[in-house]
Design a protein around this ligand. Structure first.
Ligand SMILES: O=C(O)c1cccc(O)c1
Ligand SMILES: CC(=O)C(=O)O
Length: 327
């Protein structure tokens, strides 16, 4: 984490493409281009950059930039491109085609675990998974997301470790990709939401293996909040109603980041929605983007970095998903 004037803040920022290009790699650990096409993970100015196809033609590209805190070392490991600075490791990889991605997801996750263990960044604190056709079914009727969850769960089983905050979201193309950040030595606490069943305890009707993630991960005073949706206990609520789904999602976020929930996990402090920064919002139906944007703008701070993507969400009946960072 960056310590500026004694205040711990997130290393992550959401930028325009022009702004990112102007940085020319200066002080950058790694980046993710939320953009209009897919492509392989590559190097830009010596930094690993993952392109994710999440923006429709003509829409603005958003670049999520992870800042370095010092000299950066980079490398490749079993298809992963990575960079680390002695404190944080950023890595990204392409898993493969999303249909039937279970085994490839297992291998990619095992590669990730091997990398963080070898380089000595054992504290995974945030992961993102972008899956083209996330709610599509293959010839045997298995959903892409369910297939992905099977492979990921096997990796966590074979190489046990705490499950961090995560996002699993649709992409417009590019198959299955993922990226993650891990910390060398900080105190890490994974949080659940009092209003939701832990995702890793979801019943079998949502898929043969439950999703391997925590609702949020606290790292040294910064809270990394998972993709959160209109789910109470384990059930989708308000199907078909984007306004109410958005309100339920915001209430879930407030309960997750609030003081009572932090105390429940033995942590000091707490936040309100206005404290969330680096907010990313995913909206299933492009026509709902203005409504969701308006509802979010009423709740989040004007100072929050904010991006909205019209992409599919992991359940057919979920219309919106929101994530962010509180610090
Ligand atoms: O499977 C996940 O990692 C995940 C995490 C958060 C929200 C979501 O839809 C999916
Ligand atoms: C959003 C979602 O899929 C979940 O919370 O399980």
């Amino acid at each position: 984490m960056l310590r500026t004037g004694g205040i711990t803040s997130s290393r992550c920022s959401l930028r325009t493409a022009e702004d990112f290009d102007r940085l020319a790699g200066d002080g950058v650990l790694g980046a993710v281009r939320y953009t209009t096409g897919a492509g392989p993970v590559g190097w830009e100015h010596g930094c690993p950059v993952l392109p994710l196809h999440m923006v429709r033609p003509g829409g603005p590209e958003v670049v999520e930039v992870w800042a370095a805190s010092g000299p950066v070392r980079t490398g490749e490991h079993r298809g992963l491109h990575y960079a680390h600075d002695g404190e944080v490791l950023f890595a990204a990889g392409h898993i493969g085609p999303s249909a039937g991605c279970g085994e490839a997801a297992r291998e990619a996750y095992l590669a990730a675990f091997e990398l963080v263990d070898r380089l000595g960044y054992p504290h995974l604190f945030r992961m993102w998974n972008a899956l083209e056709g996330i709610t599509d079914r293959d010839g045997r009727g298995t959903e892409v997301y369910a297939e992905f969850c099977v492979g990921r769960a096997r990796a966590f089983e074979e190489s046990p470790r705490p499950m961090p905050a995560a996002t699993g979201i649709g992409a417009l193309g590019g198959g299955a990709s993922f990226y993650f950040v891990a910390h060398r030595a900080g105190r890490v606490v994974h949080l659940e939401n009092p209003l939701q069943v832990p995702a890793h305890e979801y019943p079998r009707r949502y898929g043969p293996r439950s999703p391997s993630f925590a609702r949020a991960t606290w790292l040294e005073g910064v809270l990394h909040v998972s993709g959160t949706a209109s789910i109470l206990d384990d059930a989708t609520v308000c199907p078909g109603d984007v306004v109410r789904q958005c309100q339920v999602t915001l209430a879930n976020l407030a309960a997750l980041v609030g003081r009572d929930n932090l105390a429940r996990h033995g942590l000091p402090g707490g936040w309100v929605l206005r404290d969330l920064r680096q907010v990313k919002v995913y909206v299933k139906r492009p026509e709902d983007v203005p409504t969701v944007t308006r509802l979010c703008r009423e709740e989040f701070s004007r100072r929050a970095e904010f991006a909205v993507f019209a992409v599919d969400v992991c359940r057919p009946d979920l219309l919106v998903e929101i994530e962010g960072i509180a610090s």
